[in-house]
Ligand binder design. Structure first.
Ligand SMILES: Cc1cc2nc3c(=O)[nH]c(=O)nc-3n(C[C@H](O)[C@H](O)[C@H](O)COP(=O)(O)OP(=O)(O)OC[C@H]3O[C@@H](n4cnc5c(N)ncnc54)[C@H](O)[C@@H]3O)c2cc1C
Length: 210
């Protein structure tokens, strides 16, 4: 399904020309064209996640009305009910207002559980599944703004040292951001205590938010 947001997306995103994998000295190991440059019908964009989310929010409010998105409500439970004399089938959703702590219920024809990897909807549908399997790797991330490099549309994934991997990309309204990731030592029994943030920071790096 087309959302019809191509022009707006082109406004905030950079059409990624290629993705380069480099060694720690910047030497290209592999360069792969992306999006239209690779022959696809659609561009691939590098875009700041917040700008993409605000674009989508604005489109939803513009098409469905200003009250279509309500924030600060956590889904805690839901009940499905069958069609009957009172009306068609639907779902009653139990919500908690995270600001007031108050509880409220809403009814709807359909519930779409788009509540992420720790989905409360999935847990309710599949209570026997248990917690997620952790892969043993904790990733830390920081960003720093930098000067444009190469042709300004290239994303690089550069291996700096064992278990370190900076990825670099930009967005239309922001300078390229250098993102560093470092993997913690795999530790299935104690993921929190064995993990630690990178010891060295890039100049101007912004500490991770959480
Ligand atoms: C550090 C990091 C970097 C990433 N980088 C990339 C990347 O470069 N490119 C890429 O394609 N993917 C990337 N990903 C993966 C991508 O972010 C996820 O695949 C994607 O966000 C999943 O989208 P989602 O809508 O399913 O869930 P989410 O984006 O997690 O959204 C779930 C939403 O539901 C809300 N929510 C949760 N529980 C409840 C509840 N009980 N009631 C109400 N609301 C609830 C949350 O607050 C959240 O707003 C990255 C992920 C991480 C963690």
């Amino acid at each position: 399904m087309k959302l019809g947001l191509g022009d707006e997306l082109a406004e905030v995103g950079v059409p990624t020309g290629s993705m380069n994998f480099t060694d720690r000295f910047g030497g290209t190991i592999l360069s792969l064209p992306r999006g239209r440059f690779a022959g696809y019908n659609w561009p691939q964009y590098s875009v700041h996640r917040g700008e993409l989310q605000m674009l989508l929010l604005s489109a939803v409010r513009g098409r469905l009305g200003a009250g279509a998105v309500r924030t600060g409500l956590r889904l805690e439970d839901f009940e499905q009910y069958e069609a009957g004399p009172a009306g068609p089938a639907g779902v009653t959703v139990s919500l908690r207002d995270v600001r007031t702590g108050g509880h409220l219920k809403e009814t709807a024809g359909v519930l779409v559980g788009a509540d992420g990897i720790h989905s409360a909807v999935r847990a309710r549908l599949h209570p026997g599944d248990g917690p997620l399997l952790w892969n043993g790797i904790r990733m830390w991330r920081g960003t720093a703004e930098g000067d444009p490099f190469l042709d300004g549309t290239t994303m690089i994934v550069a291996r700096r040292a064992k278990r370190r991997r900076p990825a670099t990309r930009g967005s239309r309204h922001r300078p390229p951001a250098v993102t560093t990731r470092s993997h913690a030592v795999p530790s299935p029994r104690s993921p929190v205590t064995r993990a630690g943030p990178p010891r060295r920071r890039l100049p101007g790096a912004v500490p991770p938010a959480g």
